[in-house]
Design a protein around this ligand. Structure first.
Ligand code: 5GP
Ligand code: ZN
Length: 112
């Protein structure tokens, strides 16, 4: 989608700091990190959110990447939080499915 920020990052039209890339997924640093580690993983194919009709195998491969990217970022063993904001009440601001990996410090007990 040409008006989607993350599609433009995937296309290389908007610069990003890449953490991991393969044919299907890209991980890159969040531009406004909330913690020492704040990395986003996105499928290269545009899905709006978890509410979209996403094949289970795509979701499986996406979430299998989470601990791998956490390892690359050095928080695999110390711990991290994964967040997939969905819709208005969750304040989803970019409507391209993405998983936040947040860590590198002691996080608050709850994320509400
Ligand atoms: P959401 O609130 O939709 O779950 O999260 C969107 C995230 O994308 C936010 O944490 C925001 O900082 C990040 N973001 C928005 N625009 C850009 C951008 O142009 N580049 C990067 N690297 N991150 C972005
Ligand atoms: Zn997109």
């Amino acid at each position: 989608m040409s008006d989607c920020i993350f599609c433009q990052i995937i296309a290389g039209d908007i610069p990003s700091t890449k953490v991991y890339e393969d044919d299907e997924f890209l991980a890159f640093e969040d531009v406004s990190p909330e913690a020492p580690v704040h990395t986003l993983i996105v499928p290269k194919k545009h899905y709006h959110s978890l509410n979209d009709d996403i094949p289970a195998d795509v979701l499986g491969r996406l979430y299998k990447l989470v601990p791998y990217v956490a390892e690359l970022k050095g928080v695999h063993d110390s711990g991290y939080r994964t967040v997939a904001n969905t819709g208005d009440d969750a304040n989803q601001t970019v409507h391209h499915l993405h998983v936040h990996i947040i860590g590198g410090k002691q996080l608050s007990e709850h994320s509400s």
